[in-house]
Design a protein around this ligand. Sequence first.
Ligand code: CDP
Length: 781
Amino acid sequence: MATTEIRGIGHSVERKEDARFIRGKGNYVDDIKLPGMLHLELLRSPFAHARINSIDTSRAAALPGVIAVVTGELMAQHNLAWMPTLSGDTQAVLATDKVRFQGQEVAAVVAESVYVAKDALELIDVDYEPLPAVTTPQQALEADAPLIRDEKEGQTDNRIYHWEAGDKEATDKAFADADKVVSLDTFYPRCHPSPLECCGCVADVNPATGEATVYMTSQAPHAHRTLFAIVAGLPEHKIRIVSPDIGGGFGNKVPIYPGYVVATAASLLLGRPVKWIEDRTGNLISTGYARDYHMRGELAVKDGRITGLRTTLLSDNGAFYADAQPTKFRAGLFHIVTGSYDIPAAHVVADGAYTNKAPGGVAYRCSFRVTEASYLIERLVQTAAYELGVDPAEFRMDNFIKPEQFPYESATGFLYDSGDYPAAMKLALEKLGYDDLKREQEEARKEGRLIGIGIASFTEVVGAGHGKDYDIAGLRMFDSAELRVHPTGKAILKLGVRSQGQGHETTFAQIVAEELGIPPEDVEVREGDTDNTPYGLGTYASRSTPVAGAATAVISRKLRDKARTIAAHLLETSEDDLEWEKGAFHVKGAPDRSTTIQDVAFAAYTNLPDGVEAGLEGVHYYDPPNMTFPFGTYAVVVEVDRGTGEWKVKRVVAVDDCGVRINPMIVEGQIMGGLTEGFGIAAMELITFDEEGNCIGANFMDYLLPTAWETPEFELGETVTPSPHHPIGAKGVGESATVGSPAAYVNAVVDALAHAGIRNLEMPVTSDKVWAALQEAGLAE
Ligand code: CDP
């Protein structure tokens, strides 16, 4: 009989991984040093758009310590000057014909040291012929705009796609019948995931065996191995991708970047390991951006109910279309834009355009454009409440999908698995003391003080697949778990996903603990090495728990079934006579006749019933039947300074529902991180470009991230609505707060000024914008 408590699901088990992280014993890509290793540095374009007339590498090649200078021409000889993107476009690895954004990779130096490589970059002479730059998607779609992708056959303008979802006719009818139409034009600015660790790799191609081991910052090592095989024409079984500890990813480490490809090609050609480590400016100026979405939303309202939603989107994708999203959905899952509301008709129109900027559209802690959708609907609903003269919380309550409507099919075709939106909202308002606060707001106004209350009741969609609709670069989005229980009852769990700080080594061990009764401290979780883990699509879009977590629960249950057979043999009874209690089987009605999972594990290798295979091991590939739909209500209170336009966050209340929480402490950490990122996006983060396409925001002096100083305090709450189709009822949570919170912060600042007619402020809501609005509204002091 199990005697000590086995801390499975619902326990705030301390993070196992922290034992090495807090001692400085993490093993990141830059910690890897191989004998004979060379260093690679990239030369980046100073121009946003320019023809390359010539590249002279002779001076750089002559510098002592330089081993090779690589250009696009050399890469082209190996058919590697271009590579496919995650959206089926092509991207230059090293520019051959033109540069198409500032910071684009033009050449590379491989040298004995980083310092020599960097010095040699300055000796490469490139003759550029500058061309006019296109810096907005509106400009890109003008008839006389310079053609950015002139190398692409059949590409005669800068449009990438036109995509529609929903029912146009039904939506038009809803608008024709409406008694009020409310609209909002807004822009979700370009921002950057900015992980603490930038991207990098060590490529080690063994000339004797042809084996290529690439240590890289990869959120999706298996998918990257397949793409490497396809792009480089290397045999996949000879490629090993190892993704060691990762210092944050947030989506930034999903795409394949030129640095990885050039380093691998250089190692292949030179027969020595080659390391490439990106610096901060390289990361900010060239790697996967997020958002950059121009949005117009319109709501049709009749008798206080939202009857229709129309959106028109224009996405700035930069010079190469590199969004990470299922091929079927050109604007990602933006069509979740109906959010938490029961809206009978919706129509989404989306266009994408090339511009002379770094490729964007990767997830930044957001699955496939859901952040933009959530922001738009939550801003729009708040605007509608003002226009109708009703309380924004009440208007939401009246229009929520009701708990009894689940599973709920949205007007754009999502089947929401479960939800109780009024419960989350009620709890948030209660914690906030909403009614008192509204009164306080009124009183403050009379005294000339501006207090704002912003609400966002978001719904997320996470956990891609199912595989028939969801893919990355054609690979179906399932995931996997392999569990091996050793004779002494200790176990190794191997997963196809890859943590970047989310605590998988702890939470996935807790799932095994719950299902198989082995304490979490006895379960070692391994991820990130394609030779030693089963195939999976990786960690992004909060999919690890919904997909790999489900795979872990299923394989644990399968092993428990086998354990039952062995336990029956050990206890000399039939399987039907056994009862399972976490960690042990006992004979029904005779609790003293029992055997522990550890005894059963030993017997699996030493004392088996006839006809039963030895061992207690297995692997499960899980293709989820549906996505999971976490949700919540966030409420933010701010005070705006009428003299300066500065605003201060006074309170943040966040109620989240991610179904069953495996590790409440880790979930809360995820939420606090997301609320901080949401605050940064709403308040200060901005990567912008001048009219020549020069990137402003390529360092942390210009691109501001919130520090502990600016970050507000958070008051958290939870409701639990399990996912009905997930084996343990869990939904993903990693992105919820980054998705849901920006609208709450912005709604709060707008609310402070709304009584004077202000309806919109664009992110980042900096004090100069608020100051202008205060003046416009006659509120400035
Ligand atoms: O895919 P990613 O790990 O980024 O996101 P996630 O699946 O939402 O999980 C983030 C972290 O929170 C993981 O350690 C999860 O196991 C944990 N989590 C949890 O404990 N309970 C949930 N219901 C959801 C996530």
